[in-house]
Design a protein around this ligand. Structure first.
Ligand SMILES: [Zn+2]
Length: 224
């Protein structure tokens, strides 16, 4: 994790520092090595949140767009007593999860059910996923009064799109484009064809920051 509680305050790791997990209260040890990102780890070596994935530069770069107090926010369900750490929870109550590793459909469903008001930002630069996306990306479609969309054919062997199209919350695929990410709008897993809409990285961050609806791109519509 990026933060632990040191004297009751959220703190980043520093050599020889110890702290407490903001979620479970266990002792955390600062890991300040040369190869991995500096982070906090549970002294017991077992993370209290089974949904937590080791952070990459990609996670940190995204999280850095948001204030520290919105990062790694503990979310508690008083009915089920379930507790998880959201990557980002905005002041408007929306959870943003940055997902680098492949995800099982069951976990995707559980996480959406737990957070309810959330969006996914998915790392599409693993393996050859971005190359396959570029290969299958079609010509832009401009319809008057509607946002620009692009059809695509998925040639990749990975389950990236197949998994993420089952999400009910908005999914933004980060294929490493400098200016924008792609909102996944529609996908037919049999034909392996779908539709994506570009949205500026800055736009996405400012919409989330301001709490404005992410309505610039049609959601879930089949433009065919
Ligand atoms: Zn913990």
């Amino acid at each position: 994790m990026r933060y632990a509680l040191v004297n009751g305050t959220k703190a980043e790791p520093a050599p020889r520092l110890s702290g407490l997990c903001g979620s479970c209260g266990a002792v955390m040890v600062a890991k300040c090595g040369q190869h991995k990102l500096w982070h906090w780890a549970h002294k017991s070596r077992i993370h209290c949140d089974p949904w937590w994935e080791p952070e990459t530069d990609w996670h940190r770069a995204w999280k850095n767009h948001f204030p520290a107090e919105w990062q790694e926010v503990v979310h508690f369900d008083p009915t089920s007593h379930e507790k998880h750490v959201a990557d980002v929870k905005t002041a408007h109550g929306k959870v943003v999860e940055f997902q680098h590793s492949p995800m099982k459909p069951e976990e995707l469903k559980s996480r959406e059910a737990f957070y309810v008001d959330m969006v996914w930002v998915v790392d599409g630069t693993r393996g050859f996923d971005a190359s396959y996306f570029n290969m299958g990306l079609g010509q832009r479609v401009d319809t008057e009064g509607s946002p620009t969309v692009f059809p695509f054919q998925w040639y990749g062997p990975s389950k990236l799109i197949k998994i993420w199209h089952t999400a009910t919350c908005p999914v933004f695929l980060d294929f490493g484009y400098e200016k924008h990410v792609w909102r996944l709008l529609f996908y037919d897993p049999l034909k392996k064809r779908g539709v994506v809409g570009p949205i500026g990285r800055d736009e996405l961050v400012s919409d989330l920051t301001d709490g404005t609806p992410l309505a610039r791109i049609r959601s879930g519509a089949d433009p065919a």
